[in-house]
Design a protein around this ligand. Sequence first.
Ligand SMILES: Cc1cc2nc3c(=O)[nH]c(=O)nc-3n(C[C@H](O)[C@H](O)[C@H](O)COP(=O)(O)OP(=O)(O)OC[C@H]3O[C@@H](n4cnc5c(N)ncnc54)[C@H](O)[C@@H]3O)c2cc1C
Length: 556
Amino acid sequence: MKRRPRPTGEQTKCELRGTRRSPRGIGHRKRPACPLLPGKVYSRGCPALLHQQFGAESMEAPAAGKFVVVGGGIAGVTCAEQLAIHFPSEEILLVTASPVIKAVTNFKQVSKVLEEFDVEEQPSTMLENRFPNIKVIECGVKQLKSEEHCVLTEDGIQLVYKKLCLCAGAKPKLIYEGNPYVLGIRDTDSAQEFQKQLTKAKRIMIIGNGGIALELAYEIEGCEVIWAIKDKAIGNTFFDAGAAEFLTSKLIAEKPETKIAHKRTRYTTEGKKKEAGTKVNAGNIGSALGPDWHEGLNLKGTKEFSHKVHIETMCEVKNVYLQQEFRLSKKKSLTFPRDYHNQPVTTDEELWPVYVELTNEKIYGCDFIVSATGVTPNIEPFLCGNNFEVGEDGGLKVDDHMHTSLPDIYAAGDICTASWQPSPLWQQMRLWTQARQMGWYAAKCMAAATLGDSVDMDFSFELFAHVTKFFNYKVVLLGKYNAQNLGSDHELMLRCTKGQEYIKVVMQDGRMMGAVLIGETNLEETFENLILNQMNLSSYGEDLLDPNIDIEDYFD
Ligand SMILES: Cc1cc2nc3c(=O)[nH]c(=O)nc-3n(C[C@H](O)[C@H](O)[C@H](O)COP(=O)(O)OP(=O)(O)OC[C@H]3O[C@@H](n4cnc5c(N)ncnc54)[C@H](O)[C@@H]3O)c2cc1C
């Protein structure tokens, strides 16, 4: 192995933890009047006419219906695009509740499994222009009649399908529904509402420990943040306690002037949305935001400082009180803890619009609460009268062909629960990349089923791979990066250079099963290969993470 100079910074030695070993199991169109809603103007054709044109004849013979995709997020758009490519002479209907669609641009396959792409919100006309055989219907689906092979839109239109793919995403779980001081962040509208509220805020509370909470805690400036998590350490969805500790120091430190380059372009929805018009009803949801969602937003409160974050660990929300209720309760709230160097911005006598009582009995007042406690698959509009098999996480169960339990109905993205026997190195996570991969693969399966072809599971489901950015660090997660489902029968190897990089490798029976790479490690491709080929690495021992050994060169 080639030696290379030791990187600067405080270097900890390679370390082995957990050592018990045991054998491993492993254009130009006429705009006709709408017969159902005479006053209605449809920019891209009346759905009722579309139904007459594309679906009515198939009421008796469902197989003659169209390919219909529900949802204009990444999963739905990718699925519709692929169907349009597979069946260039067929009309593909994309029905979506949101006024804009999500498009993947600048797709780059970084390595075998790792991928990067930009995400753009676009008016649906752009999709129709790119794929003339896709017709977008901007309207929510309110019912699915699976036996009749049709979906019913909120405008009262029935669309008959021969194959349907449901890609309606997920909704944020709110700790309290209907409380005006509890915000969930999901789409552009909710993100902008959050930003508006933040400009007037002196203190907010973040509840939750996933990706959104992590990004918010780091990005918010000029506002006290009380962050309540139910785990011992931050970022439990993505990291172990070691990585959390590595990142926590960043929360206390001042933010750096320069940020690392963005992986993806920012959202440019304002103008496009106006152009597209707003047709989302209160009950409908827009597409989920994704990577770099906060980059277009000014996440600044009322004060001039960067971080002021206090973390309350191992607790959940017990109660939420409005100001008047809190006064009557005679309970006492806490001031912002003074354990950091700066003086608190808020005074002890402050009156807050809302108070949160945690299960550790602590009470904090704040301007508003961000509920970032995960998502629930958006399956409700499709349930009535349809006997779907639903997963424990509330998603529509899909098999290894993205097929739900009902005939001719597929599902992809956040709405579904992967219910096949997964590869030992893959797990479902409701992420941007998986939404794209599932949408793509669902279209392939729909096409194969239509043509009577067979189809193999897509390679992207072999290995879990995700690249993102937290606290201004590049973060790559591979395989069983948190030793998911490996039991105690695994080893962890760590290398940490404070403020620079954190590398964790999960080993089982001499094989690499997963990795967390934080910082510019340049190890992602090498580790991806080592995980995929399951080479026995026992003989390398600690050399595997020795900073003086050029491992990527060696395994090239
Ligand atoms: C704030 C935030 C930050 C995130 N950050 C990241 C990140 O950094 N990295 C990452 O990988 N992932 C991230 N995610 C997750 C990622 O955005 C989702 O996993 C992904 O967008 C899911 O895509 P989808 O197509 O399944 O669903 P969505 O994008 O939610 O699209 C669902 C579509 O269905 C439509 N729809 C809903 N109901 C109906 C109906 N009844 N009829 C018709 N249409 C309907 C909606 O209007 C929408 O167009 C984030 C999510 C959020 C909310």
